[in-house]
Design a protein around this ligand. Sequence first.
Ligand code: GDP
Length: 290
Amino acid sequence: MVLDNLGSSLRGSLDKLSGKSRVSEDDVEEIVKEIQRSLLQADVDVSLVMDLSSSIKERALEEEPPGGTTARDHVLSIVYEELVGLVGESTEIPLENQTILLAGLQGSGKTTTSAKMAWWFSKKGLRPAVIQTDTFRPGAYDQAKEMCSRAEVDFYGDPDNEDPVDIARKGLEETADADIHIVDTAGRHALEDDLIDEIEEIESVVDPDRNLLVLDAAIGQGAKDQAQQFDESIGIDGVVITKLDGTAKGGGALTAVNETDSSIAFLGSGETVQDVERFEPNGFISRLLG
Ligand code: GDP
């Protein structure tokens, strides 16, 4: 069992089942309460937590443990399966030529993520290029250029061009030799109509294989509106959660995953290009519960 990093009170509740061959309703209730407390603290949406709780309760009481399995291990494996169901498997990112469009609000970490992902693909032996279309945020061009140079990956941007759609078109032409095109877009402080119009236009020119929504781990329930709007306009295939090196556990992003019927692709945990990893359910679950 991979959940070796359970919170101590949850572990305590599970350990009370040791030696028992059957679980009682009270046992399950106590375990579910511990899980609920951790998930709500980690910003996971209440209705997601409630759905998970009823599935765990129902299964733990109704399913027969397979022969030779203790009650503790049986319940633990149900808890684990249900938690994996909640956070999902990692978004499929094939190691082949593709174009990825990044969407999200200003400050969510898109520009940083574009360079990080490019670095990640370069370590997999592919040739990535970042195309910076954010003409709105002062400094976005310099920041992206600097990070891409540190990551030693191709970069295209044009500080003298104010038309993001034109930059996207030219960027694809100029970086035609690259295997992976990562297109960074402008964010805003809030979801304004012109932002949505702009990203739709960029999307139609770029024709991405994947649209990823970048979310700050501290997003909380604000994730829902963003996810809905971006999903309606361009369609969201996966989520990137940034700033997991802070105190936030990123549970709010699960709302976006649920809302867009997508999954988590990458996690960001720092300001340098190397601070990126592919999403992997076990580590993330441990973090949510820990
Ligand atoms: P954008 O407006 O969406 O392009 O956001 P940026 O990429 O400019 O990121 C906003 C701020 O968050 C910058 O100061 C980044 O250095 C910082 N940032 C981005 N990702 C992370 C992360 O994973 N951890 C930390 N600690 N800071 C991050």
